[in-house]
Design a protein around this ligand. Structure first.
Ligand SMILES: Cc1cc2nc3c(=O)[nH]c(=O)nc-3n(C[C@H](O)[C@H](O)[C@H](O)COP(=O)(O)O)c2cc1C
Length: 276
């Protein structure tokens, strides 16, 4: 771990601002050079168990007032122990990364979220903790077939410390039904946008996260965006190589009790009392 002195830190901060800039420089992208396009999604590993997710979303009765959903959306960090059914989990996956169609045979996927150049350079991983008819485990969402792929069963004794460290010890993340992890597959976007890809990948994640926030609000669930993430431990949890693919964002989801929650959420911001 690098320890910065103040001058180095100021330089690093300035340097990292470059990720906000649109890259105006002239360059020839791999797409322009007609190099092969990378796959639109990460394929399932050979031999993994696949779980078909239900798609009868009309049974969820989701006809809520959108303006009210936007107003009520907030971060929740206190979850009840209520279990989640598979249809609900299925909808949360669909809301974040669901595939609705294709552009061309292999050029792009069209999903429930927008993406710069429709590159969708993201893979969705799940740490399932408490979902009906689904063993606790580390899963990968397969958007083309709307399935889950079981990567590894979750054993709190064996994997609990890694899971907790992956979210920088924010233990509430492991008290809900599921914790979603967003991984970037940079080349899927770099193939087309080269040095401008990083900005687009990070922008894309915002849409995905907001879709989840709104879906949760409409279903009486709570979520909280998690940027304080230990990326090497998160990658280790899902066996990612950190180079071709790395986790950069997480979203725990759990049931909430709005009335009882207030105290718990207030406790999270207790430090503000000193300001008064
Ligand atoms: C990019 C991003 C990263 C965040 N990281 C964390 C985090 O690591 N831990 C946490 O408790 N909240 C995190 N949050 C939640 C914010 O604290 C929260 O959105 C903010 O306080 C506003 O509250 P609201 O979402 O209820 O409107 C994050 C939010 C975003 C958008």
């Amino acid at each position: 771990m690098k320890v910065y002195n103040d001058t180095e830190l100021q330089e690093e901060i300035k340097d990292r601002r470059k990720y906000l800039l649109f890259a105006e420089d002239e360059f020839e992208t791999d797409q322009y050079l007609k190099r092969p396009q990378p796959p639109l999604v990460k394929e399932a590993k050979a031999g993994t168990k696949k779980i078909t997710l239900p798609k009868n979303f009309e049974d969820l009765g989701l006809t809520r007032d959108l303006a009210a959903m936007m107003y009520r959306r907030r971060s929740h960090r206190v979850y009840t122990e209520e279990t989640m059914d598979l249809l609900t989990l299925s909808f949360l996956c669909y809301a974040q990364q669901g595939v609705k169609g294709r552009r061309g045979k292999k050029y792009a996927t069209l999903r429930t979220v927008p993406s710069g150049g429709a590159r969708h350079a993201m893979e969705l991983y799940l740490l399932v903790l408490n979902v009906e008819d689904l063993e606790a485990g580390m899963y990968h969402y397969l958007p083309m077939t709307h399935e889950l792929e079981l990567l590894k069963a979750y054993d709190p004794e064996m994997d609990g410390a890694t899971a907790l460290s992956s979210v920088c010890e924010q233990d509430f993340c492991l008290t809900g039904n599921v914790c979603f992890y967003y991984a970037a597959v940079p080349y899927r976007c770099e193939w087309r946008y080269a040095i401008d890809a990083m900005r687009l990948i990070l922008l894309d994640a915002g849409h995905v996260s907001e879709n989840l926030y709104l879906a949760c609000t409409a279903m009486g669930l709570g979520t909280c965006a998690i940027g304080a993430l230990d990326t090497p431990t998160s990658d280790a949890l899902f066996d990612l190589d950190s180079e071709s693919e790395t986790i950069f964002y997480a979203m725990p989801v759990g049931h909430i009790n709005e009335a009882e929650n207030e105290d718990g959420e207030q406790a999270f911001y207790a430090f503000l009392k000193d300001e008064e």
